[in-house]
Design a binder for this molecule. Sequence first.
Ligand SMILES: C[S@@+](CC[C@H](N)C(=O)[O-])C[C@H]1O[C@@H](n2cnc3c(N)ncnc32)[C@H](O)[C@@H]1O
Length: 239
Amino acid sequence: MIKRNEMMDRPVIENDVREYLRKEQKQLSGELRKIEMWANERRVPIIPHETVTFFNWLLPILQPKEILEIGTAIGFSAGLMIQASSTGSHVTTIERNPDMIEKAKVNFETLGISDQVTLLEGQASDWLEKLKNESIDFIFMDSAKAKYYDFFPLCYELLKKGGVIAIDDVLQGGTILDDRSDVPRRRRKIHEKLNAFLDVVLDHPALDASIIPLGDGLLLITKRESFDFGFMLTGEPRA
Ligand SMILES: C[S@@+](CC[C@H](N)C(=O)[O-])C[C@H]1O[C@@H](n2cnc3c(N)ncnc32)[C@H](O)[C@@H]1O
């Protein structure tokens, strides 16, 4: 089943500003626009249009050759990243939901980019272990939010020095700031793990991090120095 995302209705900026960013900024064209509209009409979770225009601005500057994405869904952001990057870019993208995988494969064919995409089917944690020796220029993390904490050490290791990780939905409609006792039980794990993740990275000396209030909060990280964040996996005290 293709799931909807309840946080889509909880913008971290005022609604009229969000609508302005979505409607007045440049629209996509061709098949990518059709995929964006298809997803938005059905409320299938893809990056919102303000993040689309930001990626269309950012990626031509970064010109990543090797991109890794966690959370393919129907392949919209993977298609966007390929179109916005340098010619000859390649995306490795991980997805566990079979319905999403099926739709993503069709979309990659429609976009004519199947030969630039490696779609890894299954759990991101399994694949990240296998990718260990890759050297990635740009990583987009857009999967289960409670897992960012666990995925980050391996992603940081896979990233080239000077490379960038973009991490979506870190503000959770602003609820990330709520007191734990005010957070409904079903959302507590996400709340705890996202806060723990932000505590580690926001002022870490090995990297530069900045949260942009686009969509539900996009965290950008540049790798300045190699650093072993393995303590996050072992539960050891913070290094
Ligand atoms: C928000 S959607 C991704 C949207 C996509 N990046 C886009 O903008 O077009 C998140 C996707 O991540 C997948 N996902 C969540 N946790 C995952 C995991 N641990 N391993 C693999 N896929 C995962 C979900 O099945 C879902 O399709």
